[in-house]
Design a protein around this ligand. Structure first.
Ligand SMILES: NC(=O)c1ccc[n+]([C@@H]2O[C@H](COP(=O)([O-])OP(=O)(O)OC[C@H]3O[C@@H](n4cnc5c(N)ncnc54)[C@H](OP(=O)(O)O)[C@@H]3O)[C@@H](O)[C@H]2O)c1
Length: 292
């Protein structure tokens, strides 16, 4: 099987690079190798390589900057995935793409199911929802996996930010009114790879039969404050911490350009039932992720 991976240096893309070689030949791209803004170049590469599987781990993920860089966010999150999906159909390739809990407004009051009405509050959410629509129209065999609060132990993730802040401050305030499901990028890559491996025989037919939008995130949910608390508990070098107090705060205390939904945790039972898998709890996964 020939696999093309876009966004190889992102949190998710990096983890995919570890997993995908068990499935076949992997040709992966970062921004330097291929700027996704160049649609012709993306199209040309896919036409030349003729992959059986296209995984899009790339995205415009700066939620606040997307309020200003609307065109760019729309291009990377909606236009480009739509074109990739179109190419996947032409090549009879499976297309795997990721979306977000931010397609919801957070007002439901309980976990979101796939067919709950969408209503993004910010440009990032709007651009990702437009991407979903473009893919649904163009692709034949595709999975759109909506996930939430993705973290890894490399880069500028929330986990690394909390660890850094805990070494610079005595008091740390973290919002307690935003609730979702922290999801380790490695788990996301592993579970996706597992589903692909499970269906490897007749991958195109199998994914075509199960095509659609699924929710895939760490099981359970927490506020950012509760998440930060667990990050400090699982810190492998607690002696380096200067922090004495972790205080709950309100989103209103930290105004940001983009409005975030308050309760956007995802109900992943449809994914679990369809693929016969049980998603691990966000907290036990965090513990594993932070064990050195
Ligand atoms: N992070 C979250 O909390 C979160 C929550 C819900 C859903 N998701 C979704 O999950 C998926 C994976 O997210 P992630 O956290 O792994 O994202 P990430 O770490 O921000 O990685 C995205 C990658 O896309 C690349 N990219 C962006 N614009 C590009 C361009 N013009 N040309 C080439 N590459 C470009 C970035 O390259 P550079 O490194 O060069 O910028 C980066 O490597 C995305 O679909 C995202 O929307 C993420």
């Amino acid at each position: 099987m020939k696999i093309v991976l876009f966004g190889k240096n992102g949190q998710l893309g990096w983890e995919f690079q570890r997993m995908l070689p068990i499935l076949g030949e992997v040709i992966s791209f970062d921004r330097e190798e291929l700027d996704l803004c160049d649609l012709d170049a993306v199209q040309k590469i896919l036409s030349e390589l003729k992959p059986n599987l296209i995984i899009n781990a790339s995205a415009y993920t700066d939620v606040d900057r997307a309020e200003k860089e609307t065109d760019l966010a729309m291009k990377i999150n909606a236009l480009v995935p739509g074109m990739m999906a179109e190419m996947a159909s032409k090549l009879r390739a499976v297309f795997i793409h990721y979306s977000t809990d931010y397609v919801f407004d957070g007002g439901k009051g309980s976990t979101y199911k796939e067919n709950d009405p969408t209503h993004p509050l910010n440009m990032y959410g709007k651009s990702k929802l437009a991407g979903e629509e473009n893919i649904k129209q163009a692709a034949h065999a595709y999975l759109i996996l909506r996930t939430s609060w993705v973290y890894s132990l490399r880069g500028n993730s929330f986990v690394n930010k909390v660890l850094k802040w805990s070494r610079q401050n005595k008091t740390l305030k973290v919002v307690n009114d935003q609730v979702s499901s922290p999801t380790w990028a490695r788990t996301l890559a592993e579970i996706t790879s597992f589903v692909l491996a499970q269906n490897k025989m007749d991958l195109y037919e199998n994914i075509h039969e199960r095509r659609g939008v699924y929710h895939l995130a760490g099981s359970g949910f927490a506020s950012r404050y509760e998440w930060a608390k667990q990050i400090l508990v699982n810190d492998s070098n607690p002696s380096e911490q200067t922090i004495q107090t972790l205080e709950p705060a309100l989103s209103a205390d930290f105004p940001t350009p983009a409005i975030r939904p308050l309760f956007s945790a995802l109900d992943c039972s449809q994914f679990e039932a369809t693929f016969g898998l049980q998603l691990p709890g966000w907290n036990s996964t965090l513990q594993l992720a932070m064990t050195r």
